[in-house]
Ligand binder design. Structure first.
Ligand SMILES: Nc1ncnc2c1ncn2[C@@H]1O[C@H](COP(=O)(O)OP(=O)(O)OP(=O)(O)O)[C@@H](O)[C@H]1O
Length: 376
């Protein structure tokens, strides 16, 4: 069996002062009224798993109001083949200070390596706001791809971050050249750097594009219907024509003061029967395609690592019809581990509830943890 999360402790995290939740393999249902802390709990599991919040780039938002730090601790049950049984990981954050990440008590070598499997577990998250991946701007779609690929390899995460910096610096230089403060000769050093890092990003994305397209097609068929669905990556320049395209765009780039070619300008189309869901999708189609993207991400991670990621899905049942809710319950029950939130247990059949662990939340307090492995 793949690794899974046994327990998470939240200290000064969002509306939690100090609370511990225990989880089982298979389906875990977090239930509570509105604004009790369900989303915050999923966010905390993700924070503990990757060292960052999937909801905000601003870490200080997760610190409980009035507190001066936030901390998550997590116990992960490891895949047996590793020999060791359990890993303990923690993330501590105090505004103004460097984030502290530890694995079995020792500092993690970097955030990138912590997030890319350093904790022993990977996660795929779904938050209602993720619909922007389909509905929103190209940057939302690029972020989806980059987060997924970064969770596989720390080197990809580093390339993405360094590439963004290199593009910014090139842009500054372009403007200096345009305004006569620098000579065009200085540009070739930055072009090489941008190309080198950009190529690494492109290679990662190009390798993932086709498998993700196929997995997305299958997920849409099971979730939605016989529609032929596809993801189509669109390049500002493909890998093999990157250098030429960057050189060709040089004059125009100087004029505009921005870099117009490279993976930071790419996008992918989400298509149902050839129709763009970004432009023409109904709310329901956009939501289902977002779910299908997440399912594709799960399968992709599973294929690449041989490990099933943990699924953290927020309020996923509420806008689905009964048949799809039934399908999803089965999907989660059969996963290595899923933690999903709901305000309403009636979305689940009796037999699903019998097989699931139910965690109740009220005002940032969790139902008393029961022994590991016990339900309820
Ligand atoms: N940094 C913070 N410190 C304290 N409370 C916070 C912080 N950030 C958010 N909250 C509060 O936590 C509460 C619970 O939020 P959460 O999004 O987890 O609710 P939820 O149970 O998922 O609700 P819903 O069913 O309405 O989506 C909210 O009232 C929110 O204002």
């Amino acid at each position: 069996m793949s690794s899974y999360v046994r327990a998470v402790r939240l200290i000064n995290f969002r509306n939690y002062a100090d609370a511990t939740a225990l989880f089982s393999p298979g389906l875990n249902i977090v239930v509570g009224d509105n604004a009790q802390g369900k989303t915050n709990l999923l966010e905390a599991i993700s924070f503990a798993t990757t060292g960052s919040s999937p909801r905000t780039p601003n870490d200080s938002e997760v610190v409980r109001w009035g507190a001066d730090f936030a901390r998550t601790e997590m116990r992960v049950s490891l895949d047996e083949s590793d020999g060791s049984e359990e890993r303990k990981v923690a993330v501590g954050y105090a505004p103004g200070q460097k984030k502290r990440l530890t694995v079995d008590g020792a500092p993690a070598s970097s955030l990138a390596s912590y997030a890319a499997g350093g904790t022993g577990v990977r996660a795929v998250t779904f938050f209602p706001d993720d619909i922007r991946i389909v509905k929103g701007a190209p940057s939302d779609r690029r972020e989806f791809l980059d987060t997924l690929l970064s969770s596989l390899r720390p080197s990809y995460a580093r390339a993405v971050a360094e590439y963004a910096k290199a593009v910014q610096q090139r842009n500054q230089l372009l403007r200096r050249i345009r305004d006569g403060f620098s000579s065009e000769k200085t540009l070739s050093t930055w072009d090489r750097k941008v190309m080198e890092l950009g190529s690494e990003v492109l290679r990662g994305r190009e390798a993932a594009a086709e498998p993700l397209n196929a997995l997305f097609g299958t997920s849409v068929r099971t979730l939605y219907g016989p529609e032929k669905a596809a993801l189509r990556y669109s390049h500002s320049a493909p890998l093999d024509g990157y250098a030429e395209a960057l050189t060709e765009a040089r004059e125009a780039d100087i004029e505009r003061g921005t870099t117009s070619v490279g993976p930071h300008r790419d996008d992918f189309a989400v298509l149902f029967g050839g129709v763009s869901m970004t432009t023409y999708g109904s709310q329901g189609q956009q939501r289902l395609s977002t779910l299908a993207l997440k399912f594709a991400a799960r399968e992709y991670l599973r294929g690449e690592t041989g490990e099933d990621p943990v699924l953290l899905f927020d309020d996923v049942m509420s806008e689905l019809d009964e048949e799809r809710r039934g399908y999803l319950s089965g999907y989660f029950l059969e996963s290595t581990q899923a933690v999903i939130t709901t305000t309403n247990l009636e979305y689940f059949d009796e037999e699903v509830l019998e097989r699931a662990r139910v965690v109740r939340i009220s005002g940032g307090a969790l139902s008393r943890p029961t022994r590991d492995g016990a339900k309820g």
